[in-house]
Every structure is written in structure tokens, then in C-alpha cells.
Design a protein around this ligand. Structure first.
Ligand code: MN
Length: 614
């Protein structure tokens, strides 16, 4: 041992017994007494060993400190010691090995030194200590480790590692924190065991509650397993401290779906103790401009998430796409997400393309079970929100009705959700909320407008302000729509198609105001609404077009817009055709120079579509 500067001398803690003594290690002790064959040495008040006289190096008297090497521990508990005299060494205290305290029980250990184990869900470097957030399946806690102000402690610890921390439990403001005195990355069987235990706890805990649906619905009933799977994954993410990002279509239905889920996730984050910034540290909601998850969206999301990973040591998020995400157009973004192994869930009611499914961990879509877009994303969002945290039900259930009128659902579920909300929200009021949401979102652009949107959906508990805000936005929106429609209507051209469809065409680029509400898609919709009123009982298709796009609305025609788009893309070489939407409502993009050809080909297909029998 001579000259070895790394010699460690262990001092047994007061509670330790023979179980904590290891062969081959050096301990500090105290000479207790002598016998003819050697000296007895106490390693602490309860553990005693014997140094044979041949192994004593120095003359001692009783109570002298002594350093001893453990040569062996006999089956009967006798410990054979040998005196050692290293010139340089440092001392470490051996703490009694005890069962680790579960993170949810830390509250009971304030002021005590405990051992905790779990998976590292975040490593954040502050200007003072390094904060390690641990999760163990049913609790979350943070440990503060300090080496030097702003310097990363335990740099070997990685996100996702299983670690064991020893330290004192302190109350810091409203948060519990363990002052780390030692932290070790667990490996091998030990780590595996902890991980298995976490998984087991999580699986049980992440299971959503058994709830009946809010309304009777064969489609929703058939979707229960898929909705439970999505809810289970969301709950699991919350329990593991994984951030959640909800991306949604920027219309009333998309907002309804996402905000309902937002309420439930925030409630669960708070309940789970991840109460940083009232839960919004781990949750983000963002509207997507396009009716699909654009490359622009995933690029932003990855940019922020990867920076958060580096800056805050935060896990990559679970992404949930709502009211979009289930079509071929989403593929480029889904593939980009796959590069970074971002888990993806989709809750949508657009006609799904099977190609998306290999990229998704969960996909709720009424088309999977024989339903259609009449079951709105908002209805799905409200039902899933209840499975994530049932307490939000009274707060959010009217939102399903808002989404139903917002997306003009004609499914039987529409009336049932409206009936459920009827006591406090009339159908008219729901329509107004939906319109106000569309109008507000137009001006919010890429922002989520969290608190404004909550006021519009009456989630902030201020009924008076809710009513006043809805009233004002609806008045403004209606004024803007009236102006737009007044300017547009005289420019609508009509044609009679071979199948008896009345086709109406409007150049929304030339005959509507730009960069204001209502945007081209909604302008066409408003024009369409007036045209079908003027032409009751007739099959009607309205096409609003600009230089490089067209939006379609229809009534009484059995079209399949996604299918038409696919055909046009193949048939018109150099047309640059893309798009999609629902079967009978959708949008198409093309290159400006090919507009004439694309539109004529599209009209040809509409003229060949079967008309719904009246
Ligand atoms: Mn929708």
C-alpha cells in the first residue's frame, strides 16, 4: 500500500452491522482490549473483530485508534483483521444499507438522510447546484448536488440512467429536495431490477380509469381500446417526467380537442408533483397552420426540443397530433421525427392513410371502426381527456359540443353532446364559441393564446368575461364575414355538370380581401353556405380558388377528395398537385402555371361523381 494515494479507509456508520463490512477493505476502528492471541478492535459500537498478534504492527493501549484490513469474515461472524499503516489515505463513511424510500413518501422523511432510487428524467445545471430529477413510477423528486457554483456535479450521469442517491430531505419553498451527499449510477442486475420495478409500477398506474362514454355511440364505443392506449401513453409520459407537446389543426375543432386534453394533462402533472411553472414546464400546445403536420412544424418542434435537451437536460417530448396527423401529407414530418425516435400519437378524424401507422404509437380515428369525420376530434379529445384525468370532465364536456358545431358534424353524436351541454350552453352559444375560436386563432397565428382560449371555452371560471369576449369576437367575425361575402358573391360563376351537380366557382384571390379574416378557405365556406340555402335539395359543389390552390365544399355529392388528389397528381404531369382533407371537404394545391388544367380535370372528376339519392 505504500505510496498509494488512493487508499480509502471506511468508517462504519453508527447503525451499520456486519452486513456492511466487506472483505479486502480497510476500516478505522478502536482498540477495545487485549487477549493472549491478539487485540479486539471495535469498528463501531456493534461490530467487533480480532487482530492476531502476528498482524499487529504497533504497540497499542485500550481506546487507541487503529486502521485494519478485513482479511476474512467467518461463517460464525468472527472477523479476522490485520493492522495496516498507510501513510496517505482518505476516509469514507459507510451508511447503513436500508430499503430506499419511495419518492412519493419523501414528505415523511423531511430532515432525515435517506436513500432514493429512480430514473433520471432531467439534469438541470443552475447557477448554483446541479438539479437531478428522479422518477420511480409513482413519484417524482429532485436532488441538488453541489461541487462549485454553476459547475456540473456528477458529469457521468446521463438522462435515463438509473441512479441511487443518498442525502438529506429538505423542504425548499413548496418543493421537496434531497441534498445529495452521494450519487451513484447503478449498473447490471441492480439497475435492471430497479428498472423492472419502475416499469411494473408504471404499467399499473398508467392504466386509465374504467369510465363509461359521455354519450351513446357505436363508433366511440369501438374506439375505446385505441383511446385507452393513447391515454395510457400520455399518463406514462407524465409519470416519467417526459414533456408533452400537442400539435393541432388551428380551427375550432382542433383547438377543442387539444385544449380538453391540455386541461387533463396539466391536472395530472400537478397531481404527480411535477409542479414546476404550474405544470406548463412539461406541457406545450401549438397550432399547425396547415391541416397536417408540416415540415415547418416538426422543424420548429425538434429545434426547441433538442435545445431543451442540451440546455435543461430535458427528455425529448411525446408528440400528440390532434385533428391532423393521419394522412400521407404527414409522412415527411413523421419520418423526420423518427430520426430522433420521437414518440407520436395521433387523434384525428380525417380520412386516414395506412402509411402513417408504422410511425405512430397510437392512432385514434373513427374511420378505423367504420365511422367518419362526423365524430369530431373535439369529441375524441374530451373522451381521452377524461381517461387521462377524470376530474376535468365537468370542466371540458361542453367542448365536445363546440367542436361538433364548429366542424358541422351531422353525426348522431352531435345532438348527444349538445344535449349533454344544453343546461349551460345552448347550441347557438356553442356555435358562437366555435366562430370566436376561429376568429381568435386567425389573429393568434402560430401562438396558442392559452389564457384567451381558456376564456373563450369558459375554463377560467369567469362566466361574465367569457360571455363578453365571445360576444365581441363573434360581432367582429360576423362583420368581417359579411363584408367578405358581400364583395365575393357577385363574382361567383356557376356551371351545371353532367351528373346534375350545380358547380359554383369563385376566385377568392381576386374577389376577396387578402390577409384578413375570413381567410380563403373560410370565405369559400361562407359562400357555399349561402349557395346551398339558395339551392335547396340540389347537389352543390363550391370551389374557391386562388393562383395555386383550391378549396372544395360540397353537399349531396359522393366524392372522395383524397382519392381525387391522388389521381390528379398522377394524371397531370407537371401540375405539382397535392392536398387532401375529408371525403367531401378539402383543399388542393398545384403550381400556378397549371391552374387551368388542374381545375378543369378536377371539375371533370366532380362531374363524374355519383350524386347522393334524395
Ligand atoms: Mn376537425
Amino acid at each position: 500500500m505504500e505510496g498509494d494515494t488512493k487508499v480509502i479507509v471506511y468508517r462504519l456508520g453508527a447503525n451499520c452491522d456486519i452486513g456492511e463490512v466487506e472483505e479486502g477493505k480497510i476500516y478505522s476502528g478502536k482498540v477495545q482490549g487485549f487477549a493472549t492471541f491478539g487485540a479486539f478492535v471495535l469498528l463501531n459500537d456493534r461490530v467487533k473483530g480480532l487482530v492476531h498478534k502476528s498482524n499487529i504492527k504497533v504497540r497499542h493501549k485500550e481506546q487507541d485508534p487503529i486502521l485494519v484490513l478485513v482479511r476474512g469474515i467467518r461463517p460464525n461472524g468472527n472477523i479476522d483483521l490485520e493492522e495496516v499503516t498507510p501513510s496517505v489515505f482518505h476516509t469514507e463513511v459507510v451508511v447503513k444499507k436500508s430499503a430506499p424510500v419511495r419518492l412519493k413518501d419523501l414528505q415523511r422523511s423531511i430532515g432525515r438522510v435517506v436513500q432514493i432510487q429512480g430514473e433520471v428524467s432531467q439534469v438541470k445545471q443552475t447557477s448554483g447546484p446541479t438539479i437531478f430529477t428522479l422518477v420511480d413510477g409513482d413519484g417524482i423528486a429532485s436532488g441538488a448536488a453541489f461541487v462549485e457554483a454553476g459547475v456540473r456535479a456528477y458529469p457521468e450521469v446521463q438522462l435515463g440512467d438509473i441512479v441511487s442517491i443518498m442525502g438529506e430531505v429538505m423542504q425548499r419553498n413548496s418543493q421537496l429536495q434531497v441534498e445529495v451527499s452521494s450519487l451513484a449510477v447503478m449498473t447490471g442486475d441492480e439497475a435492471l431490477h430497479v428498472r423492472e420495478e419502475i416499469d411494473l409500477t408504471l404499467d399499473i398506474r398508467a392504466e386509465p380509469p374504467e369510465l363509461a362514454l359521455l354519450v351513446e355511440s357505436t363508433v366511440l364505443a369501438a374506439l375505446v381500446p385505441a383511446m385507452r392506449e393513447v391515454a395510457r401513453r400520455i399518463r406514462k409520459a407524465v409519470f416519467m417526467g417526459q414533456p408533452i407537446l400537442v400539435r393541432h389543426h388551428a380551427d375550432a375543432d382542433g383547438i377543442s380537442a387539444a385544449v380538453s386534453l391540455e386541461q387533463a394533462v396539466i391536472a395530472l402533472i400537478r397531481e404527480n408533483g411535477g409542479d414546476f411553472d404550474s405544470g406548463y414546464f412539461l406541457f406545450k400546445r401549438a397550432p399547425s397552420k396547415a391541416p397536417f403536420y408540416e415540415i415547418e412544424d416538426i422543424t420548429r418542434d425538434l429545434d426547441f426540443s433538442l435545445k431543451d435537451l442540451v440546455r435543461y437536460g430535458q427528455k425529448l417530448p411525446l408528440i400528440i397530433l390532434m385533428d391532423n396527423g393521419s394522412t400521407e401529407e404527414d409522412i415527411p414530418s413523421l419520418r423526420m421525427a423518427a430520426v430522433y425516435d420521437l414518440p407520436m400519437l395521433v387523434v384525428d378524424h380525417h380520412h386516414p392513410d395506412e402509411v402513417v401507422d408504422p410511425y405512430l404509437q397510437g392512432h385514434v380515428n373513427p374511420y378505423h371502426v367504420g365511422g367518419d369525420f362526423g365524430v369530431t376530434s373535439g369529441m375524441l379529445g374530451v373522451e381521452i381527456a377524461r381517461l387521462v384525468h377524470p376530474s376535468v370532465e365537468p370542466l371540458v364536456r361542453h367542448i365536445a359540443a363546440v367542436s361538433a358545431v364548429g366542424d358541422r358534424s351531422e353525426a348522431p353524436e352531435r345532438g348527444r353532446y349538445l344535449a349533454l351541454a344544453a343546461e349551460n350552453y345552448t347550441e347557438e352559444h356553442c356555435k358562437e364559441i366555435a366562430l370566436a375560436l376561429d376568429y381568435l386563432q386567425f389573429w393568434l397565428r402560430f401562438n396558442d393564446g392559452r389564457e384567451l382560449v381558456k376564456d373563450l371555452l369558459n375554463l377560467n371560471g369567469n362566466e361574465e368575461r367569457h360571455r363578453a369576449l365571445v360576444r365581441h369576437l363573434v360581432d367582429q367575425a360576423n362583420l368581417a364575414i359579411a363584408e367578405q361575402v358581400e364583395a365575393s358573391m357577385p363574382h361567383v360563376e356557376s356551371r351545371m355538370l353532367p351528373n346534375g351537380v350545380h358547380l359554383f366557382l369563385l376566385d377568392v384571390e381576386l374577389h376577396a380581401h387578402k390577409f384578413t379574416f375570413p381567410p380563403p378557405g373560410k370565405t369559400s365556406g361562407e359562400v357555399h353556405d349561402r349557395l346551398i340555402q339558395k339551392n335547396p335539395n340540389l347537389p352543390v359543389v363550391t370551389i374557391g380558388f386562388g393562383p395555386d390552390f383550391a378549396v372544395l365544399r360540397s353537399r349531396g355529392v359522393l366524392m372522395n377528395i383524397p382519392q381525387m388528389v391522388r389521381e390528379l397528381r398522377q394524371e397531370i404531369v407537371g401540375g405539382g398537385v397535392s392536398g387532401g382533407g375529408h371525403l367531401v371537404v378539402g383543399s388542393i394545391k398545384f403550381v400556378e402555371g397549371m391552374r387551368g388544367q388542374v381545375l378543369e380535370a378536377l371539375i371533370g372528376k366532380i362531374g363524374g361523381a355519383p350524386v347522393q339519392p334524395r
